[in-house]
Design a protein around this ligand. Structure first.
Ligand SMILES: Nc1ncnc2c1ncn2[C@@H]1O[C@H](COP(=O)(O)OP(=O)(O)OP(=O)(O)O)[C@@H](O)[C@H]1O
Length: 745
């Protein structure tokens, strides 16, 4: 069946841009003196310790070893996802990552331990995604889909991956590694969670691939006995290969019936530092890494016993380096291959496939898609509804000693020029936002304030009106005190206290003017000789929302862009999707660009909605050029995306993303002048906050929206330039971190 398909889908139908076939090398994989370390300082973990490995081209190599001995690390080095600290690797005759290797790329099929599948894709879409990365033709992908469905007993190809059982998903993952018919298959535990019948058929297929098609297969498994079907078995322990031989030879030499027993024998010898013939076949090395806690089923307990019997688990010195040096020369390990700059340049067809994937993922998750747009609208609505409004229903205790009903001193609604109960007349001018609650005396009012029943006490003396009447000639201190309105405030809430204070002062001005008018005087004669005329910019009563709106809009767009891109990439990282894509030949720069592109369209939509809401629903004016305001906001969104990219390349899990996003938000926006003017900061801090990514842009947007300024003003073009500088700086930083992490991860 397989042959039929391969014949019918011959070369012209298949891969358009496969890497050139490697000729003249009889090794599928050759590794010499590989060392790999994780961490630094005291936390250093030596995972590979001078490991040597030889995999014949066209053979199946079963890599066995306890959990944590470094198998996955070794495989990730083979596919070019990690670099060695020292030592050398040749894959299909070339260094992984070199121009002609096709690894990472179409020459390798990599099945990581994680599922590494897009849950919202169908099986067919999954194959088409990876097929697109390899630039395969649709007819070939379709035929492979049909063939592998039968071979691996896959559900119908239009089933969504997330709806499949665990075992079915693993088979799809296996199919993804196989379907483009790579030269080299690297399979990290492909048979986990697969039933025995299917496991049998998978191994048969692997044998067929190697025997009939000359493909090289490296497979790790915890089911040691199934590895009997491999041509060579490598038994790995603590970052070294204990032995490398055919299963038959191993069983014969030890006169044992199971490979599991052979493995235990090797572990025992390793721990006992016995130099055996078998051990001398490979170059074994030095120190042990960390403790290996779990091992494969069946050998777990025995491995533990072995370790328990050993006083000193460190390992042997090497033996077979002379044999290897010949191999190294023959295989050209010493000649470093250059990494062509062109090969890391983004490739248009892969970019297109990645961008399409991003859009498809967004549309498939319709809930998330809607939330992506609704959250910014919701946030701006909440901010507009809750911030900047005047507080209402504020209870104030009124202690009016003028009132004495026993002698007829009661409040009236008098509006004429009569000096009578002026305290009551003043209170009529106090804003309705204040609820006036009469109290008998000042101490009761203050006690009510202490209990939180009122926001303060307004006290009028018994002779308030009389002293007010005498004001023209009242120069004695007691007259002045007598006409005072004494206010005791609960100033625990600075905003509320400030409002009440303003309303009481305003009420006094209105009261005096009205009284003077009723007495035939010019009302302005009682006004303060300080007048605020029409403002240069803004309005006399500019609401707080207008001050806050520019910062708020930037904050919403910036943080949404940051979180979305960081979360998307880190989730792909966590699920192994990123590793699989990179092993398929996708460049990290392509992943970054494709994410920037697809997230940009989302951000444009979010920006449009926020501007519509702010301008049309919440009536925030934009006195300047609207296009300029949108540009400044979008640039800040891109800054947020670049920050998100940086967070994604630094963090390996969502906890890190959440932590860094939260840590980033507060300083950027609170110090950036979104809620409080930065003029309120100390001199040094005020200059320092301009180094934050959003401070200048918020000022620029505020100047455009409220002052109507344009790009000719330094504040405005400064905001644009600072955003551009941050974008470039963050992208460069991303690339540096990526290079650093590739070399040191
Ligand atoms: N990114 C990393 N940073 C630090 N240590 C790591 C990292 N990845 C793996 N390790 C450590 O390296 C050692 C080898 O891990 P690796 O995943 O290669 O083992 P393995 O043989 O594949 O195990 P298993 O069979 O359980 O998958 C382990 O001790 C692991 O904790």
């Amino acid at each position: 069946m397989m042959e039929e398909i391969q014949t019918s889908e011959s070369s012209s139908d298949r891969i358009n841009t496969r890497a050139p076939k490697i000729v003249g090398n009889h090794h599928g994989v050759l590794i010499r003196k590989a060392t790999k370390t994780y961490g630094t300082g005291k936390k250093t973990c030596d995972v590979l310790q001078g490991l040597d490995m030889t995999v014949k081209r066209g053979s199946i190599y079963g890599l066995l070893g306890a959990s944590g001995c470094g198998k996955t690390t070794l495989l990730s080095c083979l596919v070019g996802r990690r670099g060695l600290n020292s030592g050398e690797i040749l894959v299909l005759g070339h260094e992984p990552g070199s121009v002609h290797s096709g690894v990472p790329g179409p020459n390798v099929g990599y099945m990581p331990q994680e599922l590494a599948l897009f849950g919202n894709f169908t099986i067919k879409e999954t194959l088409f995604f990876f097929g697109g990365i390899y630039n395969l033709k649709a007819t070939f992908i379709n035929s492979q889909c049909e063939f592998l469905s039968k071979l691996l007993d896959l559900p119908p190809c239009d089933r969504y991956v997330k709806t499949l059982s665990g075992g079915q998903q693993r088979r799809v993952s296996f199919a993804v590694a196989l379907f483009h018919e790579p030269e080299l298959l690297i399979l990290d535990e492909p048979t986990v969670g697969v039933d025995p019948v299917l496991r049998h058929s998978i191994w048969n297929h692997l044998v067929q691939q190697s025997v009939e098609h000359g493909r090289t297969v490296i497979v790790t498994t915890h089911y040691i006995e199934e590895a009997r079907q491999a041509h060579t078995i490598g038994m790995m322990r603590s970052g070294r290969l204990l032995v490398e031989d055919s299963p038959e030879n191993l069983l014969r030499k030890f006169q044992l019936s199971s490979l599991e027993d052979v493995f235990v024998q090797f572990c025992l010898r390793d721990d006992g530092r016995h130099s055996t013939e078998q051990l001398s076949l490979t170059g074994s090395n030095t120190a042990n890494c960390d403790s290996i806690e779990t091992v494969a089923p069946g050998i777990l307990s025995r491995e533990r016993d072995v370790n328990a019997n050993s006083d000193n688990p460190s390992c042997h010195s090497e033996t077979a380096s002379s044999r290897q040096s010949n191999d190294i020369k023959n295989d050209g390990l010493n000649s470093k291959e250059s990494i062509n700059f062109k090969s890391i340049w983004p490739c248009p067809h892969r970019l297109a496939v990645l961008i399409r994937k991003n859009y498809l993922m967004s549309f498939r998750n319709i809930g998330l898609f809607l939330v992506t747009f609704l959250i910014p609208i919701f946030q701006s609505a909440v901010a507009n509804i809750t911030l900047g409004n005047e507080p209402t229903n504020l209870r104030m205790a009124i202690v009016n000693d003028e009132i004495d009903s026993g002698v007829g001193r009661v409040c009236t609604n008098a509006t004429d020029c009569e000096y009578s109960m002026l305290s009551c007349r003043y209170l009529r001018y106090v804003s309705d936002n204040i609820i006036q609650v009469p109290y008998e005396n000042v101490s009761d009012g203050i006690e009510a304030g202490r209990r939180g029943h009122v926001w303060g006490v307004v006290h009028f003396g018994r002779n308030f009106t009389e002293e007010f009447e005498m004001r023209e000639w009242a120069v004695e201190l007691e007259n002045i005190i007598g006409r005072r309105i004494n206010v005791y405030m609960d100033s625990s809430n600075q905003q509320v206290a400030a409002f009440i204070q303003k309303w009481l002062v305003d009420a006094y001005g209105d009261f005096v003017k009205d009284f003077l008018r009723s007495c035939g005087h010019n009302p302005e004669s009682g006004a303060m000789p300080l007048t605020f005329l029409d403002p240069v910019y803004g309005r006399k009563d500019t609401p707080f929302t207008e001050f806050m709106a520019p910062g708020l809009m930037i904050a919403i767009i910036y943080s949404a862009a940051l979180l979305l891109i960081a979360a998307t990439l880190v989730v792909e990282k966590e699920q192994g999707l990123l590793d699989r894509s990179l092993a398929a030949g996708v460049q990290m720069s392509e992943i970054l660009i494709s994410n920037l592109t697809s997230q940009f369209t989302t951000m444009v939509g979010q920006t449009a909605l926020i501007f519509l809401g702010m301008l049309l629903i919440f009536k925030v004016p934009c006195n300047g050029n609207l296009a300029l305001a949108v540009l400044i906001t979008l640039l800040q969104g891109i800054v947020g995306m670049c920050f998100g990219l940086l967070i994604a390349v630094v963090c390996d899990n969502m906890n890190g993303v959440i932590f860094l996003t939260a840590a980033n938000f507060l300083p950027v926006f609170i110090m950036g002048g979104i809620l409080w003017p930065i003029e309120g900061l100390s001199f040094y801090l005020r200059n320092a906050v301009y180094c934050l990514p959003s401070t200048s842009a918020i000022e620029a947007l505020r100047s455009v929206m409220t002052r109507g300024w344009g790009l000719e003003k330094a504040v405005v073009y400064g905001g644009v330039l600072v955003s551009l500088a941050w974008i470039s700086g963050l992208l460069v930083l991303c690339l540096i971190v990526l290079r650093f992490r590739k070399n040191f991860s």
